[in-house]
Ligand binder design. Structure first.
Ligand SMILES: [Zn+2]
Length: 169
């Protein structure tokens, strides 16, 4: 299995894993800088270069673009129906969605900003950030495709330790 390249936004936010041809395209167009590399080389034009493990866009792209597949169902699955503040396992009817940065404070509906939450914690938190409400998230919300479970589960997959900083592993 070929090794993956993680693409970050200019703000170091995780965007996606990208295939090798996209790596070349972004490098060729000078859209990215290399953050870290695998040990192996790849063929690049007439020469060789280290296979990048992390690339970062030079210009910031809008995050919303990457949230087009947001769904409540996928969010519930990611958080395993568990309130991300008190840890209670919730039945379907008890699940609410909390905006970590509240909409009232400019928070958007995205995988990065939404968590499964019980009624009690949602009422307690209201229009406050976790810090303002003195509440602590069980874990930092991530895009489901980038959950560490997904990748660790596959023994064929090559894991780059530099990804830990970005994928919340
Ligand atoms: Zn709760």
């Amino acid at each position: 299995m070929s090794k993956k390249t993680l693409l970050l936004n200019a703000s170091y936010e995780v965007l996606s894993f990208i295939p090798e041809r996209k790596v070349f395209k972004l490098l060729f167009k000078d859209k990215v800088e290399v953050v870290s590399n695998w040990d192996e080389n790849i063929v690049w034009g007439n020469g060789r270069m280290k296979h990048p493990s992390i690339l970062r866009l030079k210009n910031h792209v809008k995050r919303n673009y990457f949230n087009s597949n947001f769904s409540r169902k996928a969010l519930v699955k990611r958080d395993r129906s568990t309130c991300q503040y008190c840890g209670d396992k919730l039945s379907a009817s008890k699940i609410t969605v909390d905006h970590v940065l509240p909409r009232a404070q400019g928070g958007v509906t995205s995988f990065i900003n939404c968590v499964v939450c019980c009624h009690f914690c949602n009422n307690k938190k209201a229009d406050k950030t976790p810090e303002q409400a003195n509440m602590v998230l069980l874990k930092k919300p991530t895009h489901p495709s980038f959950s560490s479970h997904h990748y660790v589960a596959d023994p064929q997959e090559h894991w780059h330790t530099d990804w830990d900083d970005f994928l919340g592993n």
